[in-house]
Design a binder for this molecule. Structure first.
Ligand SMILES: CC1=C(/C=C/C(C)=C/C=C/C(C)=C/C=O)C(C)(C)CCC1
Ligand SMILES: [Fe+2]
Length: 350
């Protein structure tokens, strides 16, 4: 059966429901965390891990667990066995290839993971800007690409600039599962000179983006929300300890927004959103996402058995979980990039 799936042109009622139920909570939670950290509060490591550990079952891991339904749906097709098998094959091939890279060259695999996440979290926010906020000033591909660079850099680069030691510790937790001492090849990234150069370059990109889009913005209020989100996240990642900050961002920002993108693709949920009801749509998503979330968890057990240096503490387990996420993210990015194409994220007429 052929149906038309919505692209970046969501109905006003759906946009209102998602703004209230998805964007607002992300703003409130990130802003609320900034306050204590702004006063210099630090929290013990165990507490910092809570959102990342929770993401195994809540929002985080599940957000990719219906990729096999999302791709056919966005193409207006029924999720037939054939279509689903295609997505599984994509996951199998890309996932296995990337897993092999982790075993052979873990430091390079980690660097690739950061760049991939930068692009992917940026692409997620770009969709939200276009579809939920209706940011019509992003009228060229160059501006949209710049938005991806700006948005993805907030969670991936800002923590490196302000918390290099934590960043290195996490990098080491992933890399040393495969090879001890290999993080040394990345030592230059954490040095002050490198961070200063990256910080200055990135600040220039942010200013360039805000000026370029600010000049074009017809609907000023939307531009202010965009600029406000960027400012909020710069402060958030500069102040909040990174394992906590990235964990919170992953759940309430990236994953929740991606789930919000999936909901209108399913006709019953779309009708609910149109009727200003978010909850039934989320409940349906949770049901659909449960089987493959649990299957992914089984993969975590498989990784535990396969890595040369299995985790011995909580940071090690977080590292193992992040490697699992990395391996699942490559095919997930392929699916979301195909979704972007189907939904006209890069179609500007210019
Ligand atoms: C936890 C953590 C880090 C990396 C997290 C990454 C890279 C997460 C990627 C998640 C993905 C891709 C989810 C799927 O959408 C940093 C930045 C090294 C800094 C310290 C804390
Ligand atoms: Fe994602």
């Amino acid at each position: 059966m052929i149906r038309t799936a919505p692209g970046v042109d969501l109905d006003g009622s759906i946009r209102a429901t998602l703004t209230r139920g998805v964007l607002w909570p992300s703003w409130v939670l990130t802003a609320a965390l900034i306050v204590p950290f702004g006063f210099g509060v630090t929290v013990p490591p165990v507490v910092q891990y809570v959102p990342l550990v929770a993401s195994v079952l809540v929002l985080g891991l599940p957000h990719g667990a219906i990729d096999h339904l999302a791709l056919p749906r966005v193409r207006g097709q029924d999720p037939t066995l054939r279509a689903i098998a295609g997505v599984f094959a994509l996951y199998g091939i890309l996932g296995v290839v990337y897993a092999v890279v982790w075993f052979l060259a873990p430091a390079a695999a980690f660097a690739l993971f950061i760049l991939l996440t930068w692009a992917h979290w940026g692409q997620g926010d770009l969709y939200a800007l276009l579809a939920v906020l209706d940011a019509d000033y992003l009228s060229t591909r160059a501006e949209r690409a710049l938005a991806v660079v700006v948005r993805g850099g907030l969670p991936m680069l800002v923590p490196l600039l302000f918390f290099p030691d934590w960043y290195r510790r996490v990098a080491n937790a992933l890399i040393s599962l495969f090879a001890l001492g290999s993080t040394a090849s990345l030592a230059w990234v954490f040095q002050l000179d490198t961070r200063l150069a990256l910080g200055v370059g990135y600040a220039a990109v942010i200013v360039g983006y805000l000026v370029l889009t600010g000049v074009r913005a017809g609907a000023r209020s939307v531009w202010f929300v965009d600029a406000g989100e960027v400012a909020l996240l710069v402060v958030f990642f500069a102040l909040v300890q990174p394992v906590l900050a990235v964990g919170v961002y992953f759940c309430v920002w990236h994953a929740y927004r991606h789930i919000a993108r999936l909901l209108p693709l399913e006709p019953t949920s779309r009708a609910a959103l149109d009727d200003h009801q978010l909850r039934p749509a989320l409940a349906r998503f949770a049901r659909e996402a449960t089987p493959l979330t649990l299957a992914s968890l089984a993969l975590l057990g498989g990784f535990y058995l396969l890595v040369p240096n299995p985790p011995a503490d909580i940071l090690g387990w977080v590292g193992l979980y992040l490697v699992l996420i990395a391996v699942l993210t490559l095919p997930h990015v392929a699916v979301v990039t195909l979704m972007d194409r189907e939904q006209g994220v890069w179609t500007t007429g210019r």
